[in-house]
Ligand binder design. Sequence first.
Ligand code: NAD
Ligand code: UGA
Length: 458
Amino acid sequence: MNFKKKILCIGAGYVGGPSMAMIAYKCPDYRVTVVDINPERIDAWNSSQLPVYEPGLGKIIKKTRGKNLFFSKDIEKQIKENDIIFVSVNTPTKTYGAGAYMAADLQHLEKTARQILKYSRSSKIVIEKSTLPVKTALTLEKILSSTKGKIKFEVLSNPEFMAEGTAVNDLENPDRVLIGSHETKSGLKAQAQLIEIYSRWIPSNKIITSNLWSSELSKLVANAFLAQRVSSINSISALCEKTDADISEVALAVGTDSRIGNKFLRAGIGFGGSCFKKDILNLVYLCRHYALNEVASFWESVVKINEYQQEHFITKIVDSMFGTLAGKKICILGFAFKSDTSDTRESPAIYISQKLLAEHAEIIISDPQALKNAAIDLAGIKGNIKYIDDPYLAAAGCHALVILTDWDLYRRLDFRKIYLSMVKPAFLFDGRNIIDHQKCFSIGFNVYPIGKKALTHL
Ligand code: NAD
Ligand code: UGA
């Protein structure tokens, strides 16, 4: 088939796979190829067992894979063949050298740029989809223009705003798509090409254009603002626990002010996921780089409150269980960093599990999708850990239940049945405030929510 556009994405991860599947789905006359240096990832995308769990994604892949969506290991060939290249490689926090544990590690991005330069035989549009520090496009441009030749590369920024667990809906009906470009003739021409792709299914008033640097920075700032809301409500949850105020009532009263809004005001054990912490730290690092130390400290406090929230939760567990967890069995319900994903990157469950093990508790972990990743995250950690799919089997014989992920299925559990199978007094720590606390208290549990009065029989 003669395809109208040939699009490549380098990086077949949580973003590259779903976002390209959506383009292929909405644009059947475009050929979309996704490549990765990790051959197992590509094999998984080509199999019935996709490498990421994302509701609704399987259907879209089924409709497009092998028709106009392809997953390939041949990076060289694909760079040669495609005219528009999205770059969606990982940009984790650096763990070594200058800027360790703060700055973004841009080695994968730089390697990708060098690959593009090496294998390109024609001019191309290169689109940053990864989340990057502001001014990264300048680095890309320097690398891509380092051999003087006829081939030209136009760099655009098109950050991704999808969230895991809702990626399909976010990609299909985004609040906005952001495209940053140089305000030059060639920059605007490249921008128009990208607008043409998104216009296939996204209304024009939702396609925002800006200069390159605003686009790069807006992505970091959007994540920082979202994380800041979570830390704000979590900080107030601690105050609620001291004052008999109820965090859900406060969140409702505050969030109904249309200037504030009601989203991202769910108090819990803190935010996880691969991006919030890394992107804020990246922002903090940038501010320090520009000697904006007060600004840096302001954003750093968002991460500090997040760490405090997890610490506070662990202290609550230990204190309420009579000061010792040694030899006690604790059932962890949920290991993913949020519901509807198998992703456990930076999940609060990792830190909380480690802390419980350090208190010599025995932990039994249950999660509908994330047990494989949980086992990888906790490999090599000393202590007694079991992984059990069925939440009822996992809870049987335990002293406490600890809810760490807001999976819908936990709302519907038969807590009477669970209570009967547990050691008494039975404790329930709801780290996500998702279950009916009063009902569980009436069943017999000693219930400890977040930011609300504990309900105990003790
Ligand atoms: P990921 O780790 O799941 O995927 C990145 C992929 O890139 C990996 O499979 C890796 O093997 C591949 N890769 C690395 N270097 C490569 C190279 N030189 N050539 C080919 N492939 C290479 O990461 P992700 O979660 O998809 O995130 C990618 C980027 O998108 C990050 O910058 C992240 O901050 C951003 N982002 C992520 C999300 C999310 O929900 N996960 C949402 C918005 C933005
Ligand atoms: C987040 C952003 O929402 C996306 O817009 C962005 O594209 C993405 O990061 C990214 O850049 O990677 P994601 O991390 O997938 O998406 O999930 P969120 O829904 O934002 O949740 C993040 C964390 O905050 C989760 O641990 C969640 O449980 C927690 N959270 C969220 C709360 O504790 N309370 C809330 O009210 C909302």
